[in-house]
Design a protein around this ligand. Structure first.
Ligand SMILES: [Zn+2]
Length: 208
């Protein structure tokens, strides 16, 4: 990434084509639909996932999001057999960014959820999955990629809120969990997006 300048938004905008981020690897998922008419895309939702849980770089997350996962390949998959989900983005442990659904469309990552006084967060949010296991920490390249991605999203969509799955579906979901450093991301985004105001979860705490 070049050094941030006041022109950063202008430089980033051509990176988007029909909701696809040019700096990501694209792998189209069938699991998406249209957003509701007039949806205001103002929320970024942070998740964590790894398949099998705690194993990285297996390719199974990409397979899950494209309905290609072999449910018999691991005992854990029995519990999620038939699941049809997606996210807009997936960030590997090495900081590689994958995209599965156009941000103009509605991905299936949030489920029953509620945030900033609105429910059905899939309608008007962008979902980012970090390769990881809830409770454990994340890698420096992932924070770097996340900052780059959030800044690019902010240059293209009217995002203002950022929250974890655990915040928008409390009691039901726990990702990305206490190992995710919200303050680190907040500092990174604050130092880059001087003009962009991000509203973080009020109780996002540093890792234990
Ligand atoms: Zn999640």
């Amino acid at each position: 990434m070049p050094d941030p300048t006041p022109l950063a938004q202008d430089l980033l905008q051509p990176l988007w084509q029909a909701g696809w981020y040019g700096a990501a690897r694209h792998l189209a998922s069938p699991n998406f639909g249209p957003r509701p008419e007039g949806a205001q895309i103002d929320l970024v939702v942070i998740h964590s996932i790894s398949l099998p849980p705690g194993q990285y770089g297996t390719g199974a997350v990409q397979q899950l999001f494209t309905n290609q996962l072999d449910w018999d390949a691991h005992p854990y998959y029995q519990g999620i057999r038939g699941l049809e989900v997606s996210s807009h983005f997936f960030v590997t442990r090495q900081g590689e960014i994958w995209q599965f659904v156009s941000c103009d469309d509605r991905a299936w990552h949030a489920g029953v959820s509620q945030w900033r006084g609105r429910d059905r967060c899939n309608d008007d949010s962008i979902g980012i999955e970090l390769e990881g296991l809830e409770g454990l920490s994340f890698e420096a390249p992932q924070y770097q990629a996340l900052q780059q991605l959030c800044s690019a999203i902010a240059a293209q969509y009217p995002v203002h809120y950022i929250a974890g799955h655990e915040h928008i579906a409390p009691g039901r979901k726990q990702d990305p969990g206490p190992g995710f450093d919200w303050q680190r991301l907040q500092q990174q985004l604050g130092s880059v997006d001087g003009t962009q105001s991000w509203e973080f979860p009020p109780h996002a705490s540093p890792p234990a």
